[in-house]
Design a protein around this ligand. Structure first.
Ligand SMILES: Cc1cc2nc3c(=O)[nH]c(=O)nc-3n(C[C@H](O)[C@H](O)[C@H](O)COP(=O)(O)OP(=O)(O)OC[C@H]3O[C@@H](n4cnc5c(N)ncnc54)[C@H](O)[C@@H]3O)c2cc1C
Length: 321
């Protein structure tokens, strides 16, 4: 029987893993509870506007990521957005890249041709005679000889505990120490160009950490900005209604903008970015079959970390199949 790998999460990590497995002739089934692929690489349409409301851009530091992204540049999937003021550690320019038409285009590209099923939450993973099977909200069958779990660590620990697949004690306690910063995002449509000189701003002494111009970036055909709160503001307001935290973020954004905000929608990111990371690439343990734990937190954070972790998890699973 041909081996299949069960992957939980169709973000950058899970899809990179699935793609790497496929490149090595191994099938996978990828399940995600979201309506679309991408996880925190998210793009949303509101009326005629489009917003990147999660990840905004990324750098290409690691040679393996650079190699893959060179193809994306060649085919027009991504393009240079801007050159950050701060150089990379090796002195090279810190070019920030973005997907043309919205960040979700990258996970959509990775998912094409793979067995990726969205709108399906994995409630538990059961051991079977030859591997694992997912218990899902849609009741459908999905199984594999190995598992790669890619969601933020607190969600991962919950799923493993429910499934009675707890990792060995040292790994478990290291994972229990992982905390994430939250972020509150506002997607605001404008009645004219945003007028942010470089297409983005990172104001000081503000509840805003970042404001990005989706129109200048090429994500939205009409004026639209994404506002991201600071972690402190988000921690304070995380469990309150958007009616409480959207207005102060708009008030803080108004002086930065050349046009008027005509409507605004809030989005809560409970696990936006990990406060600390590992450099193991992925964590493995055996529970009647290989289980890989992966995600940006295992490889230095952010989109590049997610890519590297997805590849590391797939490589290690391939060695054990
Ligand atoms: C507001 C914000 C701004 C950011 N800005 C940047 C940036 O500018 N540059 C950068 O490099 N990085 C940025 N990041 C971080 C970057 O988005 C992440 O590091 C990266 O996308 C993580 O990918 P992942 O696949 O590891 O996790 P995720 O994208 O979180 O994917 C995990 C997936 O698992 C799914 N899932 C969870 N539980 C279940 C379940 N039980 N069943 C099925 N599916 C499940 C989720 O729906 C999700 O799709 C930002 C993140 C946020 C939130």
């Amino acid at each position: 029987m041909k081996p299949t790998v069960l992957i939980v999460g169709a973000g950058m990590t899970g899809l990179t893993a699935a793609r790497h497995l496929s490149d090595h002739g191994v099938e996978s089934v990828v399940l995600d509870k979201g309506r679309a692929v991408g996880g925190r690489m998210a793009t949303r349409r509101i009326g005629p506007a489009r917003f990147d409301h999660g990840a905004q851009h990324f750098g290409l530091r690691h040679p393996a990521f650079r190699h893959t992204a060179d193809d994306w540049i060649r085919t027009g999937l991504i393009r240079e957005w801007y050159d950050a003021d701060t150089a990379n550690r090796d002195g090279s320019p810190n070019i920030r890249y973005a997907a043309v038409g919205g960040m979700r285009r990258i996970p959509e590209h990775l998912a094409s041709g793979l067995d990726v099923r969205t709108g399906i939450a994995v409630l538990a993973i059961n051991r079977t005679t030859d591997g694992f099977e997912a218990i899902t909200t849609d009741g459908g069958a999905a199984s594999g000889q190995a598992v790669i779990a890619t969601m933020p660590v607190p969600q991962m620990l919950k799923l493993l505990a429910t499934s009675e697949l707890e990792p060995p004690a040292p790994l478990h306690s290291a994972l229990q120490g992982v905390e994430y910063d939250p972020c509150l995002a506002v997607m605001a449509r404008l009645d004219g160009p945003a007028g942010l000189p470089t297409g983005h701003a990172t104001p000081e002494d503000s509840p805003i950490a970042w404001i990005g111009d989706n129109e200048q970036k090429g994500t939205s055909p009409v004026p639209a900005v994404t506002i991201h709160s600071t972690p402190e503001f988000a921690t304070h307001h995380l469990d309150t209604d958007p009616g409480v935290w959207v207005p102060p973020l708009i008030d803080a954004a108004n002086p930065l903008l050349a046009s008027r905000i005509i409507d605004a929608t809030g989005h809560r990111w409970r696990f936006a970015e990990p406060q600390s990371t590992f450099d193991s690439g992925a964590a493995m343990f055996d529970a009647g079959g290989p289980i890989a734990l992966a995600g940006e937190v295992f490889a230095g954070a952010r989109i590049e970390g997610a890519f590297l972790s997805g590849r590391a998890a797939a490589t290690r699973v391939l060695e054990r199949l």
